[in-house]
Design a protein. Sequence first.
Lengths: 248, 484
Amino acid sequence: MLKIEGLTAEVEGKPILNGVDLEVPQGEVHAIMGPNGSGKSTLSYVLAGREGYEVTGGAVTFRGQDLLAMEPEERAAAGVFLAFQYPVELPGVGNATFMRTALNAIRKSRGESELDAMQFLKLARQELKSLSMPEDMLKRGVNVGFSGGEKKRNEILQMALLRPALAILDETDSGLDIDALKIVADGVNALRSPESSTLVITHYQRLLNYIVPDRVHVLVQGRIVRSGGPELAKELEAQGYGAIQAAA
Amino acid sequence: MPAVTETLETVQSVTEQGYKWGFETDIEMEFAPKGLNEDIVRFISAKKHEPEWLLEWRLRAFKAWQAMEEPRWAAVKYPPIDYQDAYYYAAPKRKAAPKSLSEVDPELLRTYEKLGIPLKEQELLQGIAVDAVFDSVSVATTFKERLEKEGIVFCSISEAVQNHPELVRRYMGSVVPQGDNYYAALNSAVFTDGSFVFVPKGVRCPMELSTYFRINAKSTGQFERTLIIAEEGATVSYLEGCTAPMRDENQLHAAVVELVALDEASIKYSTVQNWYPGDAEGRGGIYNFVTKRGACRGARSKISWTQVETGSAITWKYPSCILQGADSVGEFYSVAITNNHQQADTGTKMIHLGPRTKSTIVSKGISAGQGQNTYRGLVRIGPKATHARNFTQCDSLLIGDRCGAHTVPYIENRCMTAKVEHEATTSRIAEDQLFYCRQRGLSEEDSVGLIVNGFCREVLKELPMEFAVEAQKLLQISLEGSVG
């Protein structure tokens, strides 16, 4: 699904990623953990193609395509979804309008027919129900006046509607209380499938109690320094990043 | 190539070809000699077989204009205009006035068709009557007979002068006097055509009325005059659209619009202004110097202005309401976009004279490229306007870092019981908003369109349905490639 080789990247001339190697096979959930400033968010932005995150070397292949050569919207159409750490507010833009426009843009690029307002509403209501979210979520402006938890849930709702091949969750657990965390995790788990992959980026092990990964990777100073099974997350929780940093 | 550079290049290519209304109609025209003097005023009046009083009226306006100076207080810059170097009358040549649409020059019908305004009634959008003004004259008005059945007069102002002189004489200049301001005086002297609407007592106009203005001829100014009268309890909704060919020269458009609402009458006036804005370097484009004013003369009358201003090199325009009748209501909803080198100084005046009068102002300014956008508004509460209320909201959106947004609100309150509120915000389309939309699969253009439409939502929802869709598309086109 996703293959990252020797990826280096800088932000404002400062090297952040110093040769990341990572492979996420189809159907698997991988977690990337690391201390603050290790390059976790940079990695997610580079994968999504955000401006200002300059790739200086290496390669990223996504389902056989050169991901780095694509525009952000082309990556989205190809199936890359980034759940934002800080979801952005779009005043005056209705959530339903936004999601339908996004879904139709992606459907169009896949050569599928666009959904009209009624068809979309039906689909959106189903997803809301399965995520146990209130329907008024659709009527409000995109993320405007949403609480931290609502914003994160809104990301999961978009993910459910867009059904990405690769979902990247960038610190989705930050700012969530335990109840909100469970709802978000349930949502992510419900979307796990043999066809799709998930990359969970997190600082804390907590989220991984609810979204159990197949593999855990530790990112330190822009490099993956250790990889292992779910038990690695527990080890980190017990010992902290210090030990690994020292070893690296 | 970094996305920014790429976008900037898109801007250029788009702005160079983007104005799809920029074609010119090749049609035999009749001109008055170039320049402006008393003889030209007499020429225009004679051409239109006007009564003596109207010629006198024009000449008084011309005298007033000669003694006036061009206003300089607006935040717009342009080289001096040579008023002697323009034609003040240009009309498609024809033998006799067409009695029906079938007699209208097919070339003109084709022009309007190209603009998306078919004048053949069977092809028209259901429920919209159109008056088409081409350079100096009205070339066609549709659905006239059906409206006549209701007692509604919808025709060109020239026809109204011939057929309803008493109404024209009574109301014309009663809201915007000849000497009101420089451009209004100029218009009063040389106005050539425009629309006239009269809705009698108690009648709700059954369809939207619409005028489509087109400047075609070179070196020509367009000076149209529109007069709308809604008698007691009458209701009318009127739409105005405008385009012009692409030219390197600047052309002047100085219109006057007067609205009169008697007791419990309601007038809704919507504009989608899309005059040629000039090219990416700021060459050419229309100077849009327009005086629009409505008088809520009667108790509980209402006048609502909605404007979407996407075109023109310079826009100088303040659709206003004089709230004279007790409990009368004035509204102003505006979206103004300036891209490339466009400049807009626009807003409104709400003059509260009567008790319990109420006004609402919602202004959305969008600046992109090197555009400069100024909201200038006056809220004046007279001593007798007890318990008057005003609410004003001015929001500015900046796209890029070379444009400007300015807000100049004037509030004059002479009444202790009045309540005036003003809110203003300035924001940018942030990089994170764009990235968020694009990450969800929207193209950069669609992302900007979505964000801008969200920003303008409160105003766009005031437009009649057909216009709202049109306006949304227009907003997107006007801003194509403006990110960067």
